[in-house]
Design a protein around this ligand. Structure first.
Ligand code: HEC
Length: 210
């Protein structure tokens, strides 16, 4: 799979520094999960400009990228967090194993949304004029975010000023809602759900910048 190296999203210097530092000295399963996380971050960074409409939308790249995110999510992600694996350099918090079900469901949400995006990539972006009024039921309970709003890397990493809001917005977007066929959603909607899952999990389970 050819993920283009060109990354046009604005990375905050501190987020990049944090990610770079994290690799130093990590070994074993901790290194494995950092590599997995870095791989999905690169894909998110590649897809974000398409979702923001600053580069042309390419359904194939979106679908393939989502497939790769999915392959790092769910069970695969969980297998890289064996109980109390906090050895060496890690930003993982011990709360992961105290609240394993929450952690597990975030990893599973990520897989569900990524699988949906892989299938729904051909749906393309939301029509520009519908941006203010997203009409699918799961989003009805919250003000629809402007569609040009794409998570910054800082938000994605859970470094945003208001991670609580991101975590709270997740509650109304449960993928298990029977009425909602995720594969009918627009790609940018699903992408925002994916980003929200990253930041919710980081806000709760990843230690802040160091
Ligand atoms: C189920 C929880 C969870 C989800 C979902 C999740 N992450 Fe993470 N992520 C973590 C944890 C915990 C760490 C810290 C791991 C460590 O330091 O041992 C981390 C670390 C990272 C890192 C830092 C790697 C490094 O080198 O320090 C990046 C980048 C990252 N995640 C990106 C993402 C992106 C992008 C997504 C969504 C597409 C995502 N993550 C989804 C829990 C999650």
């Amino acid at each position: 799979m050819a993920i283009r190296a060109k990354i046009t999203i604005t990375l905050t210097a501190s987020a990049m520094a944090a990610a770079a530092t994290a690799h130093t000295g990590a070994t074993g399963v901790v290194l494995d999960r950092m590599n997995g996380m870095t791989a999905i971050r690169d894909i998110v960074a590649e897809l974000a400009p398409m979702m923001q409409r600053t580069v042309p939308y390419d359904a194939f790249t979106v679908s393939e990228g989502a497939r790769v995110i999915s392959s790092h999510a769910g069970e695969k992600m969980l297998s890289l967090f064996p109980e109390d694996s906090l050895e060496g350099v890690t930003y993982a918090r011990s709360e992961i194993w105290e609240s394993w079900q929450d952690f597990e469901s975030l990893a599973e949400d990520l897989e569900i949304y990524a699988d949906a995006l892989s299938a729904a990539a051909r749906n393309g972006l939301q029509p520009a004029e519908n941006m203010a009024a997203m009409d699918h039921s799961a989003m009805a309970a919250q003000p629809a975010p402007p569609a040009e709003k794409v998570f910054t890397i800082a938000e994605l990493m859970g470094y945003a000023e208001n991670p609580g809001e991101i975590a709270a917005s997740r509650a109304v977007a449960e993928p298990t809602e029977p009425a909602l066929d995720l594969t009918k959603l627009a790609a940018d909607d699903l992408f925002n759900r994916i980003s929200g899952t990253c930041s919710s999990c980081h806000a709760q389970f990843r230690a802040g910048r160091s």
